[in-house]
Design a binder for this molecule. Structure first.
Ligand SMILES: Nc1nc2c(ncn2[C@@H]2O[C@H](COP(=O)(O)OP(=O)(O)O)[C@@H](O)[C@H]2O)c(=O)[nH]1
Ligand SMILES: [Mg+2]
Length: 384
């Protein structure tokens, strides 16, 4: 399984292998991956009816989603497609479904791989908000404009003779596309449907498009889920490294006892940089690995360095400023012989012990976070 291969590569600190698990696989590899599609939109727009049309069911039939003039859907519910089992449609409660008040489940859209926004009549703020939310997650959507039959009926009433249906439909579609373009959507996919008749309007086109995008969308879903797959592996690595920290810290504390002003600062920085290099090697962020990864993904190493927050040394130097207290005290001791000749050394040792401990702890976590950042950066190309 690609998921396990990916996790093993992360565990071994081999990011190049982890990326190639995804890049090298043919699309067909993802055929068994489920695609969780959330059907979202304002209350009453026709979401539940759309789900039924997709399933080939009529409202009221066993296994069909509940539909109605009043708000009917209070909880997210999944429907597996009868002939395409990897396609799981989620009927969601309408956004701002006031009729249910607090009973409406607040659904976390992160759970879903792909979205179908079902709108009706005008393009509204609720649609724009959904578009932004979906795009912020790096995910895709189709925009379905339901109840097209009602739009045509209204046009026919307005113009009983000579109503050019094609033109009306084209205008509605263009309007939706323009609104989506205005929201920053690249290549918006708009379909006009009537949930009463899945054979009419753009319903067959929508189904065709979904079928042709299906494998690609599943691969995409897999890629988007990768950070959550690598997170537990990275956490285990962090825990293992943290266990090794205490011994190193005690040693650096002992060195800082040497009565040489500023020595604790130099020793701790030396320790820190060495430890960080070790972390980089463990996680696969050392220069050699990063160069190989950059070559594999066709990006400059600088692009990977840019997302690594653990690289700059300046914050580390600031963290070591308390060392100066011990150093100053030592200097005072040298200049005027006082009654506590070792106070500076002890202080310097103590300070070094604490600051080094926290710095190393933070370093492991920062390097693990950077691993996620580098992975996301490396996968960026595959997600577009
Ligand atoms: N004429 C027409 N009515 C529809 C269509 N889709 C849904 N409806 C009606 O709109 C109302 C709300 O539909 P429903 O699917 O429950 O909307 P939801 O709240 O978004 O799930 C119901 O009375 C449906 O029968 C459609 O394509 N055409
Ligand atoms: Mg509903």
């Amino acid at each position: 399984m690609a998921m396990e291969e990916f996790q093993v590569a992360i565990h071994q600190g081999n990011l190049s292998d982890a990326i190639s698990v995804v890049q090298a696989k043919p699309l067909q590899y993802f055929s068994d991956t489920p695609l969780n599609v959330a059907v979202v939109g304002e209350p009453g727009s026709g979401k539940s009816s759309f789900v039924n049309s997709m399933l080939g069911k009529r409202a009221g039939e066993p296994g069909a989603a509940e539909t109605g003039i009043q708000a009917t859907t209070a909880m997210a519910k999944d429907y597996r497609h009868p002939t395409v089992p990897q396609l799981i449609l989620w009927d969601l409660p309408g956004k701002e479904d006031a009729a249910f008040g607090s009973r409406v489940e607040q659904v976390d859209l992160n759970r879903f791989d792909f979205f179908i926004i079902v709108g009706y009549q005008r393009f509204r703020t609720v649609h724009a908000d959904l578009v932004h939310e979906i795009q912020a997650m790096g995910k895709r959507f189709y925009f379905v404009r339901a109840k097209t039959d009602l739009d045509l009926e209204a046009s026919r009433r307005r113009q009983p003779t000579g109503c050019d249906e094609e033109k009306v439909l084209q205008r509605i579609k263009e309007d939706c596309v323009t609104c989506l373009l205005n929201e920053g959507v690249i290549d918006p996919q708009v379909f006009l449907v009537s949930n009463w008749d899945p054979q009419s309007f753009d319903f067959p086109l929508l189904w065709e498009k979904l079928q042709s995008d299906f494998l690609w969308l599943k691969r995409q879903a897999f890629i988007v889920r990768l950070p959550s797959l690598s997170a537990p592996v990275l956490e285990r690595k962090v825990a293992a490294l943290k266990r090794k920290i205490l011994l190193k810290v005690l040693f650096s504390g002992l060195l800082a006892l040497l009565p040489v002003p500023g020595f604790s600062f130099v020793a701790a920085m030396f320790f820190f940089v060495r430890f960080r290099s070790q972390c980089y090697r463990e996680f696969g962020l050392d220069d050699q690995s990063l160069t190989a990864l950059a070559r594999d993904i066709g990006k400059p190493v600088a692009a990977l360095h840019a997302v690594m927050k653990s690289r700059p040394l300046m914050p580390l130097i600031l963290w070591r400023l308390p060392d100066l207290v011990g150093a100053v005290l030592m200097l005072v001791e040298y200049c005027s012989w006082n009654r506590y000749p070792y106070a500076g050394s002890l202080l310097s040792g103590g300070v070094s012990l604490f600051t080094t401990y926290y710095m190393l702890q933070r370093c492991v976590v920062a390097v693990a976070n950077d691993t996620q950042n580098v992975l996301s950066k490396a996968l960026e190309k595959t997600t577009v």
